[in-house]
Design a protein around this ligand. Sequence first.
Ligand code: NIG
Ligand code: FE
Length: 399
Amino acid sequence: MSSTVVTGIGELLTCDGMDGPVGGRLGLRHGAAVVVEDGLVAWLGTATDAPAADHRVDVGGRAVIPGFVDSHAHLVFAGDRGDEFAARMAGTPYDGGGIGVSVRATRAATDDELRALVAARFAEMRAQGTTTVEVKSGYGLTVEDEVRALRIASEFTTETTFLGAHVVPAEYAADRAAYLELVTGPMLTAAAPHARWVDVFCEPHSAHAFTAEEARAVLLAGREAGLGLRVHGNQLGPGPGVQLAVELGAASVDHCTHLSDDDVTALADAVGTTVATLLPGVEFSTRSPYPDAAGLLRAGVDIALATDCNPGTCYSSSMPFVIALAVREMGLTPGEAVYAATAGSAKSLRRSDIGRIVVGGRADLTVLDAPSHVHLSYRAGVPIARALDLSGASTGVAG
Ligand code: NIG
Ligand code: FE
């Protein structure tokens, strides 16, 4: 067992401060050091008190924050929908219909092609400071193709989500009930051993997605199969997704673009159970209004930030981009945005070992080429964040 002390930390954000407003929970320290042993944080405190360790990594005055937790991503897909994005920017609204294009391309790809695409997307994320990623299926929509997507996702993450109820595939368009039977029956049975979560695109504003009653059936069947619940809700307009997620005790309801006052109240009452996961890259990429993240915080709602990286509504894998949007467009302070992208999104995955830098937790550290976390939004678009690789740690400056 070898240990590494990380020193030269200009600013450390543990996201594990005292309870209270988010600013108070940032756990901001100067002159700190962190000792890592076997991938876990073994010690943290003032650098001058740091215990001896086998290796030393000096980050040269840079800021260190918890690795980003991207708690909503659809990475198992093939094909390209750049034309759909261009059409959208010219005024064609998003309605979920393009998902079928990705389904066809994904079904046609070989296992090795899909695996290589997922690997490249994971590498892209890590290079931007993300250390945990949730990955959904949902571009297969047959028993075999959904299981295949989850098997491949499981090679990269334990946070796998069965999204057979992404849309009703074209071959079932005339018989939605039959697809619902498949997705809550044989497809779920085959997928459940490879998934931690079940998710559903609950969206009455899309002819392709699922109504509240259909979504309820999917979630109840998923729960019966032992899966935790997540919901895509209130994306294209006001809708039932948030209320359904809260009623069923889902861990997260994602998008929350269009919220009524009752939805906000329900989310505030659900604190500790259901997190509102905001995906501002989607509002950016679909030219939609941004939800009022600051208002949600004021109302006492637990919020998270994630990319939703997918070929349709947001083909960005960048958590720093999401943080910059949350600050510029959604009213969060830079600290609140970093908290939501780390501890907040960890909470949406019901994980306490990630998203914070805490003794006994995972040593997922992200280094910023900057003196402060503020630079993530201040220097928007500049690649300053990267996951710290301690695997080859030796005395010297981190590479
Ligand atoms: O989260 N809304 C549903 N699913 C994705 C988009 C998928 C796609 O368009 O390919 C989302 O936005
Ligand atoms: Fe999504």
